[in-house]
Design a protein around this ligand. Sequence first.
Ligand SMILES: [Zn+2]
Ligand SMILES: [Zn+2]
Length: 317
Amino acid sequence: MKAVIYNGKSVEYREDFPKPEWRAGYSLIRILRAAVCSTDKEVRKGYRPHFSGVMGHEFIGVVEQSCRKELIGKTVVGELNEGCGHCLYCKTGREKHCPERKVIGMEGRNGCFAEYMLLADRLVHPVPDGLPIETAIYTEPLAAALEIPAQVHINPEKNVAVIGDGRLAYMIAQVLSLNGCDLTIIGKHMEKLTQFQTCGKIQLLESIQKYPPVDETYEIVVDATGSPEGIELANRLVRRRGTVVLKSTYAQKAALDMSQFVVNEITIVGSRCGPFEPALNLLSRGLVKLPEIEWHSLDAYEQAFSSRAFKAGFRIS
Ligand SMILES: [Zn+2]
Ligand SMILES: [Zn+2]
């Protein structure tokens, strides 16, 4: 089958990649669309040095074989993290933190930049009727944004800043704006920031660098920059006894003065993948607005990876 794979060093397109064989406990999914995420670009840069196999974790597809008979023929999305099923984390509802977990497109499991993929049955979620596939493919990134209210109580009377003007920041801003809080989005590019205007106030990073904030601080600051500079700025913008939520993952390391966090009694919350059902709920009720995705064929992976569109992906079948 056709697949875009990471071979441990670089990305390649293959037409002779073996089609996965169905086995009990898994659903065989024919992939319709797959979207490129910043994490895939990090994988390419060496974020997961031990991984090799089919890339990608954001997809929508149709189940062809499964032990969950009700799924067969259904359009579905799916979660990334497959735990071992018997460790402390798996047994206490934290499967995505299982130390032995496999992650599609990143760790021990082939991903979705291919014609077919296997996914553990319990990770498969049917898409509600009437939800277009171009919208439903946003389920995983939207779920990641919903992990923030799942972890941190956001009092709607408080002020919140999101740093970053990329896709993840956009999902987060959409979700947090539904909370009614006083929201500011801080980014580097005015042309990107204007897309956020319906969610809250927008501010150019430049203006903060020129005039360091005095009163312009926030109770909660979310770093969605995707770079090590994000936490540094978050530290400058968060109020004493406030909360910094870290959503960025990157291959580099951040260097910063941790004493500041101690002295100012800042709570740091790491935040990763989130709940799928609430994301599907928001999408099917039309409560979040999402830009169109630019589609490519799998062999044009280079264009998809380097696209300047809001989001790019693969139209597979
Ligand atoms: Zn993703
Ligand atoms: Zn486990």
